[in-house]
Design a protein around this ligand. Sequence first.
Ligand code: AMP
Ligand code: ZN
Length: 113
Amino acid sequence: MNDCIFCKILTGEIPSNKVYEDDLVYAFYDINPAAPKHILIIPKEHICCANKLEEKHAALVGHIILTAQKIAKEQGFAEDGYRIVNNCGENAGQTVFHLHFHLLAGGKFDRMV
Ligand code: AMP
Ligand code: ZN
């Protein structure tokens, strides 16, 4: 049984506010925003964290970063700037163990996520 909440978001079992989707990735608004715009980008494949990435995932990780850039352009904050964050493991504060990249923008966002 898969208890991963982000896998449940992917199946629709848990609702989310979709920002973008394609064959490989899904992006949605963070439920507890740390910035005026706080979006999470996740792979559709369940990978627990950056520690479990392998060479075969290189294109997927590149695609996630390019997705962040695409969303930034679409939402109009590409030129003003944004932050892309990945937390790996307990000491970094990772709370959901399905790989995700935070995309933060829209003004001041001093709080790290
Ligand atoms: P991290 O601390 O890097 O593991 O980030 C997990 C993020 O997932 C946090 O910023 C949470 O606010 C966010 N989060 C947890 N549950 C949900 C949910 N159901 N919908 C949207 N975001 C969520
Ligand atoms: Zn998952």
